[in-house]
Write a protein that binds this ligand. Structure first.
Ligand code: HEM
Length: 387
């Protein structure tokens, strides 16, 4: 199936509308005026994301071809190549291990269940998904319980999740940064097993680590992990509401939810494209000559649909076996929060199935509001439902 974008709801950037048949590798014109290579084939995409001939660090240099006008911070985890990248990533990776996730599960399940209990209708985005995602990120970081409300209000404005002007969003970003810096440096706050405690400890052990570096890491976790999870769970529920027979299948067999989560991640990826990489030297990819300095990015969306080994990849089948996708990327920068995102999606669906088995959408999906296509984290802004 070549028409990945046809089964997707919501606005997408125009450079993802590709000719039919979709080529494995195509030159696109970015909104910045730069030309880049867009990879739509999963195997080629994995090469771009994992191989040393394509660099992230070169892609954040001031003159590098870019897909967005905004230049990422060159010192951020997402902007580094190994070995600098390993050094920063290892500081935060332990917060996302299977035991760390298992420790979160019971509490998050309770939060999800409490949010639904006693209700017969709600807007799932603000009243369920956003609260669950905020609670999860606060627990991972170790934000004190009493401060979670303040923290999520700031994060919502900083990320434009709560409607506000760009100026208000900028102010919230500044306040959030100050707040995070105070948490990274504060003594005696929260248990040391949480992420903030561990970061404070690493600073004591490694004087080379600056407060800015640590603050940047926490901000990145928020940037990368909050809107994405909100959008992904919302897209998953919407996809199921549009395919009621698939929802009913899960209601009959809740044990199938973990597999269904993989299929929903494949079918409705919240982030349609990878970050850009730049070729270190002249090289060949998929039979095309890529010149040193040229930018390459992967359409995760197309890669998920152009799977020769999946029958009918354009179809949502929650009981599909052996699902493969690139929704979390691949290689050294593969999503650090993938386990947390999977856990939250699984809990969100399981609790909905348990409390609201006859869940349905109260509005025509065609009339739903969407995050803007330039935001690059997709998702409906509201999902009014009842049960
Ligand atoms: C369903 C939700 C999510 C999706 C679809 C997603 C997707 C991605 C993708 C595609 C990348 C790699 C981009 C590239 O290499 O070009 C990535 C990286 C990353 N993600 Fe996620 N993400 C999600 C949730 C989260 C969560 C919950 C967190 C943490 C709380 C998180 C933290 C990160 C970080 C820190 C990176 C950068 C890793 C590095 O550069 O080494 N993500 N994510």
């Amino acid at each position: 199936m070549e028409h990945a974008t046809l089964v997707q709801r919501g606005p997408l950037p125009s450079y993802l509308s590709l000719p039919d048949p979709v080529p494995d590798l195509v030159r696109i014109l970015a909104p910045t005026g730069d030309h880049l290579w867009l990879v739509t084939d999963r195997e080629l995409g994995r090469q771009v994301l994992a191989e040393d001939r394509f660099s992230r660090a070169l892609a954040v240099a001031p003159q590098a071809p870019a897909i967005h006008p905004l230049r990422p911070d060159a010192t951020a985890l997402t902007s580094l190549d190994p070995p600098d990248h390993h050094r920063l990533r290892r500081l935060v990776s332990h917060a996302f291990t299977p035991p760390a996730m298992a420790a979160l599960e019971k509490g998050l399940r309770q939060t999800a269940s409490d949010l639904l209990t006693g209700r017969r209708s709600m807007d799932l985005v603000p009243d369920y998904v956003m609260v669950l995602a905020a609670t999860a990120i606060c627990r991972v970081l170790g934000i004190p319980e009493a401060e979670q409300g303040r923290f999520s209000a700031l994060a919502d404005r900083a990320h434009g999740i709560t409607p506000c002007s760009p100026e208000q969003s900028g102010v919230a970003r500044g306040e959030l940064r100050e707040y995070v810096a105070s948490l990274v440096t504060a003594d005696g706050l929260g248990p040391d097993e949480d992420l903030l405690g561990a970061l404070r400890r690493s600073r004591e052990e490694d004087a080379a680590l600056t407060v800015d570096e640590l603050t940047g890491l926490v901000e990145l976790l928020l940037d990368a992990g909050y809107e994405t999870t909100i959008g992904q769970i919302s897209l998953a529920v919407l996809a199921l509401m549009e395919r009621p027979e698939q929802w009913r299948l899960l209601v009959r067999r809740p044990a199938a939810v973990p597999g269904a989560v993989e299929e929903l991640l494949r079918y409705a990826p919240v982030v349609p494209i990878s970050f850009t990489r730049v070729a270190r030297h002249d090289t060949v990819l998929g039979g095309e000559r890529i010149r040193a300095g040229e930018g390459v990015l992967v359409s995760l969306l197309h890669a998920n649909f152009r799977l020769r080994d999946h029958p009918d990849p354009a179809d949502l089948r929650v009981d599909r076996q052996g699902v493969r996708h690139l929704t979390f990327g691949h290689g050294p920068h593969v999503c650090l929060g993938a386990r947390l995102a999977r856990l939250q999606t699984r809990i969100a669906l399981n609790e909905l199935i348990a409390t609201a088995p006859n869940l349905s959408l109260d509005v025509d999906p065609a009339g739903l509001g969407w995050r803007p296509s330039e935001a690059l984290v997709r998702g409906p802004t509201a999902l009014p439902v009842s049960w």
